[in-house]
Ligand binder design. Structure first.
Ligand SMILES: [Zn+2]
Length: 216
């Protein structure tokens, strides 16, 4: 009897100590979103498992990449994409620029590469709280010149109605990301993939305090 109880206790303890694995599939756009959200939940709950983040995975993916998701995010150092989604090497094709605006050939070329060549199932445009790029873009007396001025000007073009309304920064960040989603969807080859159910293009927002991502 003692042995049976002992074995039961051992079994329970092994179950509790068993390493959690990220077994979710990402064969469809919906599954890809679920996989990302499950990873973000682990991150928020401080139960990240850092999957596929070792040299074995580097070797496995060296000949070929097949990421299930693409994320257009901000370069901000507080928004490390793989960490906040608890994903690993070869999982996410990440495009990061300050302010996550896609109105440039370089960025849209990268987006197209992820969609056309890599066949990602989901593409997120992810804004985040306290974004410096959007803050600079809606500042009334912004005097940045050179390349920074051009960057802020590109973001500003999309959200001119927020210029001077710094109290509405969060709304501006969310609307700016939404506009980028609409811009990406305006390309017929992207819309076609969405129509066929092969791709979802969504807006996301990352809360830099709680670590939580919301997708809508
Ligand atoms: Zn930012």
């Amino acid at each position: 009897m003692t042995n049976v109880l002992g074995l039961l206790a051992l079994g329970m303890s092994m179950t509790m100590c068993a390493p959690k694995v990220d077994t979710l599939k990402a064969d469809t756009p919906e599954e890809a979103i679920n996989k990302l959200m499950a990873g973000n939940e682990r991150f928020v709950n401080e139960s990240s498992i850092y999957p596929r983040a070792d040299i074995d995975r580097a070797e496995e993916t060296a000949p070929h990449q097949a990421p299930f998701a693409a994320v257009v995010g901000c370069s901000d150092s507080r928004v490390p994409v793989e960490l906040i989604f608890d994903q690993g090497i070869g999982d996410i094709f990440v495009i990061r620029t300050a302010g996550n605006n896609v109105n440039s050939d370089m960025v849209m070329g990268s987006v197209d590469y992820a969609i056309e060549h890599l066949g990602v199932k989901v593409l997120l445009v992810m804004g985040h709280g306290s974004c410096g790029g959007v803050t600079g873009a809606i500042a009334e007396n912004e005097e940045e010149h050179g390349n920074i001025g051009k960057l802020l000007g590109t973001i500003r073009q999309d959200i001119t109605h927020y210029v001077g309304k710094t109290e509405s920064l969060d709304a501006a960040i969310r609307e700016h990301a939404h506009i980028q989603v609409d811009r990406i969807l305006s390309y017929p080859h992207v819309a076609e993939k969405v129509k066929k159910g092969e791709l979802l293009v969504k807006r996301a927002y990352y809360d830099i305090q709680t670590g939580k991502v919301t997708i809508d």
